[in-house]
Design a protein around this ligand. Structure first.
Ligand code: SF4
Ligand code: SF4
Length: 411
């Protein structure tokens, strides 16, 4: 990891600028009870207590007190440089999975709080860290945080027999991580949409730019308004009424933050692909006739379950496959354990991410599942990577990749 940038000892700017009043109340409300500690996956794999939610909140409270208390206003204040550096590392090592918030005894919405504390660090020139700092330039120059050419965005995976309408009330957004890092997943998405038989539109690869989530989550907000306006206007121009996406992080920022950056309500609604597909199964538009005699275990992505409350729809889709036995992780639904890929922490704290992903693999193997079913491109890429040279192995399949496999074999 690159050395953290140092800051001056005399700091007068308030630390609360980036926070909503509710978030200041939340920071004040933490009782330091420690109830959330046992749910933090980063602490689980590193044993590092500094990352813990009460510790991050305690440090941030100190920064606020040091810069906004009466004494600070009268005489100026000093913040220990080491404390600031510890905080920056802790807030960026966190995967923003939100498991601590789920367990929090006073209801702090941590999945939402940490990104704004990161934004404050960016404002002070203390964040982001490592290769996260390259993302704005990569998004500006190529439209994606991986700095991959836009002409390769759809080409390697888009099925030849699927056609896309110029205009449609339904649009599909593949997203950068799906398109470049989890191609079987996005390929599965469009095969399933095609099988449902509704026409759908997509933006051309050079227009389907980053949804903004990687920038948002690392606290780098400068490009967000421009990206969001560009995407929303492009979909509105195609007559879109429903925008579908399979990446939980995209769905999260689209539903929660796009209206803020767009400046008003979106002219279409946002849906995760499993919501759309579970409706299609229910109303008979999608029939999965092929049987699958397998034990499947489904991992709830943090930004899908805790983030936007999409929990039962993926299970409904999987349970509609005849012959399937659906298993559950010990921690499931809104309490699921992060696979390690979240919060852009994986870009810097690679070993943590691999260790967390291996915990997911190990439990799936221990429960004798035939396949581990995922529904997030970041999970898909990271859990597959974590299996390399791991002593436990399991077949990993994205949920729509699986449905596509059954539909194709059924034809
Ligand atoms: S959001 Fe997740 S990784 Fe971050 S402190 Fe909470 S439990 Fe730990
Ligand atoms: S459970 Fe909530 S109140 Fe208790 S230490 Fe964790 S963040 Fe603070």
């Amino acid at each position: 990891m690159k050395a953290l940038k140092r800051c001056s000892m005399k700091i007068k700017k308030p630390f609360s600028n980036e926070l909503a009043p509710m978030q200041l109340i939340e920071i004040d409300a933490c009782t330091q009870c420690g109830e959330c500690l046992k749910f933090c996956p980063v602490q689980e794999v590193t044993g590092n207590a500094a990352i813990s939610p009460p510790e991050k909140i305690r440090m941030f409270r100190e920064f606020i007190r040091a810069t906004e208390g009466l004494k600070a206003r009268l005489f100026g204040s000093e913040i220990d440089d080491r404390l600031l550096q510890d905080f920056v590392k802790a807030v960026y090592e966190c995967t923003t999975c939100g498991a601590c918030g789920q367990a929090c005894t006073v209801g702090i919405f941590t999945q939402r709080l940490w990104p704004f504390l990161r934004k404050e660090m960016v404002r002070r020139g203390l964040g982001p860290i490592g290769s996260q700092a390259e993302m704005p330039e990569a998004v500006s120059s190529t439209g994606n945080p991986y700095k991959k050419p836009s002409e390769e965005r759809f080409k390697p995976w888009f099925p030849e027999n699927v056609s896309v309408s110029e205009k449609s009330e339904i649009a599909y957004y593949a997203g950068c991580t799906g398109a470049y890092e989890a191609q079987p997943m996005v390929r599965g998405d469009v095969i399933v949409l095609n099988a449902i038989g509704v026409g759908f539109t997509m933006l051309p690869p050079e227009e389907e730019v980053c949804c903004g989530f990687p920038l948002f989550i690392t606290g780098q907000h400068d490009l967000l308004e421009g990206l969001v306006k560009r995407l929303v206007d492009a979909y509105a121009g195609r007559g879109v009424k429903t925008l579908l996406c399979s990446c939980p992080c995209c769905v999260n920022i689209m539903a929660r933050d796009w209206p803020v950056f767009y400046g008003r309500e979106l002219p279409f609604r946002i849906r995760h692909i499993t919501q759309f597909v579970s409706d299609a199964v229910k109303n008979g538009k999608l029939k999965i006739k092929k049987e699958l005699r397998e034990r499947l275990i489904y991992h709830d992505p943090c930004y899908l379950s805790r983030g936007v409350g999409i929990i039962e729809e993926p299970r409904m889709v999987l349970e509609s496959i005849s012959g399937v036995k659906l298993l559950e992780f010990d921690r499931n639904r809104a309490n699921s354990r992060c696979c390690g890929a979240g919060g852009a922490a994986r870009k810097v704290f690679h070993e943590n991410a691999i260790a967390m992903a291996r915990l997911t693999i190990d439990e799936a193997v221990m429960k004798k599942a035939d396949r581990l079913i995922l529904s997030c491109p970041a999970c898909y890429a990271k859990v597959n990577e974590a299996m390399t040279e791991h002593d436990k192995q399991i077949r990993i399949t994205d949920i729509m990749e699986l449905i596509a496999e059954l539909i194709v074999n059924d034809a």
